[in-house]
Write a protein that binds this ligand. Structure first.
Ligand SMILES: Cc1ncc(COP(=O)(O)O)c(C=O)c1O
Length: 390
């Protein structure tokens, strides 16, 4: 009866089962994985957020690309970070996840694939699957001096006639690594040579912690073949509930025109973004400075605290993170299966961290924690982790 698109395991794994059992038993768990900014103790500009939708919202004036004032707000963001772009190249979407879905409808035939970084955020497999596509992984490799880097030779060798796009997450979730200029240039060349698009997911790009040399905050305004740049208020303003994102299209003029014509049809078919949200976008954008200041302070404080915590431990180390909301710890030397490491921690110490396999690391021995976590909770959680794994 059902389509074969949802080819997944529906049963919760043993970590989730233990978590639910402990919650139902009323145990207090230190959750070091939460990335919901609205539940992380930040102070929002309530007055502006709640009053953001004005009188314009009483009438309906649909536009497939998005209401012009919303697109102007997005353009102003790029101007503020030093990039000149046109409002005509922007499509407003109901968040970044849906933006991917628009792009997969634009680019993929059933069975086609996208190349995504490994490790990376787990939603891609689902997003591709729901649009009858699939993913193939290009590795990011780590060394402690320089951090993570895309293996460009492997990437180039992975392109097949079914490949329609390369995805960059900048900075990547969970590794926190920013794209460097030389990587971007090489990837753009691969795109041009193979006639494929680049999708640059920049939802965490405002949240730098310690970026390396030659990092690119955005690829907007850079030389391109056919680029789709994604961002949105979910992370930029820490407002995931607002469901406001966008696609910025850049590249070779002829390809761009073809892409934009088709995106207009896709977007016009759904007209998904609420007018109230679009009309609010400018006022909401005004809250960016205040919320980002708090988040950036917390990310930096937590990263620094973690750096000190693991300094004296020979078996566990904190991997270099340049930006974003998560941190990776590596415990490969201990030869404990990842699943046991995280399960024991929850079972014995009531501390929840994510195993690396949630993010498709190429081997065992990693755990991922959220740098949005309240610093006291994070510190207590790491003390407990070290009390069993020291
Ligand atoms: C890298 C990355 N891209 C996109 C998203 C989804 O963003 P949105 O809430 O705008 O759909 C997330 C959410 O965590 C993410 O981590």
């Amino acid at each position: 009866m059902f389509s074969g698109r949802l080819n997944i395991e529906f049963e919760p794994n043993r970590l989730s089962q233990l978590y639910e059992a402990k919650k139902s038993a009323g145990e207090k768990i230190l959750d070091l994985t939460s990335s919901n900014p609205t539940k992380s103790g930040f102070v929002y500009d309530e007055k502006h957020i709640l009053a953001a939708s004005g009188k314009e919202s009483l009438s309906y004036n649909p536009d497939a690309r998005g209401i012009i004032t919303a697109r102007e707000t997005v353009r102003n963001y790029y101007n503020e970070i030093g990039r000149i772009i046109s409002v005509n190249d922007i499509f407003i979407t109901p968040g970044t996840s849906e933006a991917y879905s628009y792009l997969f409808k634009l680019l993929l035939n059933p069975g086609d694939e996208i190349l995504i970084p490994q490790p990376c955020y787990p939603l891609f497999e689902y997003l591709a699957m729901l649009d009858s596509g699939s993913v193939s992984y290009y590795p990011l490799t780590y060394n402690h001096k320089n951090g993570w880097k895309a293996d460009l030779q492997r990437l180039s060798g992975l392109v097949t006639p079914k490949t329609k796009a390369i995805v960059i997450v900048n900075p990547n979730n969970p590794t926190g690594s920013y794209l460097k200029r030389d990587e971007y240039e090489a990837i753009t060349e691969i795109c041009g040579k193979n006639n494929i698009a680049l999708i640059s997911d920049e939802v965490f790009s405002d949240y730098s912690i310690s970026p390396g040399e030659n990092y690119l905050r955005t690829v907007a305004g850079e030389k391109s073949y056919l680029n789709f740049i994604l961002n949105g208020y979910s992370k930029m303003l820490a407002l995931p509930q607002v469901k406001f994102g966008w696609i910025l299209v850049e590249g070779n003029q002829q390809l761009k025109n073809e892409a934009v014509k088709r995106l207009e049809i896709i977007s016009d078919t759904y007209l998904s973004v609420s007018s109230m949200v679009q009309n609010s976008s400018e006022i909401l954008y005004g809250t960016r400075g205040r919320i980002q200041k708090q988040i950036i302070e917390r990310l930096n404080r937590n990263y620094e605290m973690l750096s000190h915590k693991f300094l004296l431990n020979p078996n566990i180390r904190l991997l270099k993170c340049e930006g974003g909301w998560s941190a990776v710890i590596s415990f490969g030397n201990m030869l404990i299966p990842e699943d046991d490491f995280v399960f024991n921690l929850l079972e014995r110490k009531n501390v929840l961290v994510h195993p690396g396999y949630y993010y498709d690391f190429d081997k065992e021995g990693y755990a991922v924690i959220s740098l949005l976590t309240d610093t006291d909770i994070l510190e207590e959680g790491i003390n407990r982790l070290l009390s069993i794994y020291n």
